[in-house]
Design a binder for this molecule. Structure first.
Ligand code: AMP
Length: 309
């Protein structure tokens, strides 16, 4: 199936307890596309970079058959820049710098060849742009998933609420779910958020896995316990990319298939954190992914023959 990813393509500077990077390539759409490229879809991107963005990552994406017709390169402008510092537990971080640059006045032009796309993944970006993309698609995709972050809740909550009304699956972390709903309990928060529009809600809990809510159903997938977590940047986007890549390639939006999609997303995210930035994702292959999915299955599988009576 075809899958359109929208989101930032960026420069990041990251500080973790294990080290610090200068400007490296990041961005929500970058991680999403690298992850979803593991699945057999016709992949497209709508995003924007400045003239300063190196060709290297664009070549990596082309190598993975990602169609870059919808990626605008703005002459004389600078690429979006984000810098973050992780706390010792690696589960929380502070944003140090967000320079919107090209994202500030981004007009998401949808190439004619993208119309009729089957699935839409709205990665982290201004909620107004996310909404414009939905509105500019002549046919509604079979499933629209969306990620966002506290930054947009702080500066564009009204816009965010308007966009959330139009989507099917919202993918956010626990802190963001609490901020969006004003409710600490994630079960209560999930009800409040789903009443805002999305029928499905995925709450990511970092090293504690992810929860999926739909109607009265709930599913929980753990994260794989890893000996070393080097840099969590992009893990959430990688998760979303794996989730939507799997859903689109199987063309099945049932709750049961979403469970499998979450395991795929979690497996890919577990690679992402093992090295700085996109390094690990660029190195792994299908076999690595299959083996890790088996580890997930082994982690959560058990027999229960005797039931207490
Ligand atoms: P994650 O760790 O999955 O939350 O995503 C990290 C990525 O999100 C980084 O590569 C950043 O470039 C990107 N990012 C950070 N802040 C924003 C923002 N306000 N809008 C869009 N992308 C962002």
């Amino acid at each position: 199936m075809s899958l359109l990813t929208v989101g930032s393509v960026a420069f990041d500077a990251i500080e973790t307890p294990f080290g610090k990077t200068d400007k490296i390539i990041g961005g929500a759409a970058t991680y999403i596309a690298l992850a979803s490229a593991f699945y057999n879809n016709d992949q497209k991107i709508v995003s924007v970079v400045g003239e300063d963005f190196p060709n290297e990552m664009l070549e990596e994406l082309k190598k993975r058959n990602v169609d870059l017709e919808g990626l605008q390169i703005k002459k004389g402008e600078k690429t979006f820049f984000w810098s973050g510092k992780y706390h010792n537990d690696m589960n929380s971080r502070d944003t140090l710098v967000t320079e919107l640059n090209v994202l500030e006045h981004f007009d998401p032009i949808i190439p004619a060849s993208y119309q009729g796309v089957d699935y839409l993944m709205l990665g982290n970006l201004s909620p107004q742009v996310q909404r414009q993309v939905i509105e500019r698609l002549t046919e509604r995709p079979k499933l629209i998933a969306m990620d966002t972050m506290n930054f947009w809740m702080d500066i564009a909550m009204d816009d965010l609420i308007e966009t959330i009304k139009l989507i099917d699956v919202l993918i956010i972390n626990d802190e963001e779910a609490r901020q969006l709903s004003g409710e600490y309990s994630l079960v209560k928060a999930s009800k409040i958020i789903r009443a805002m529009g999305p029928k499905y809600l995925i709450i990511k809990k970092g090293e504690h896995g992810a929860l999926l809510f739909h109607n009265e159903n709930m599913f929980y997938a753990p994260a794989l316990p890893l000996a070393e977590v080097f840099d969590p940047t992009g893990a959430g986007d990688t998760f979303a990319g794996g989730f939507m890549g799997y859903i689109a390639s199987t063309d099945d939006i049932s709750f049961d298939n979403m469970k499998r999609a979450i395991i795929n997303g979690s497996a890919l995210a577990s690679f992402c954190v093992e090295e700085f930035g996109t390094e690990r994702l660029k190195k792994i292959n299908n076999k690595d992914l299959e083996e890790r999915i088996e580890e997930f299955v082994a982690l959560t599988n058990f027999d229960m023959e005797q039931v207490i009576s």
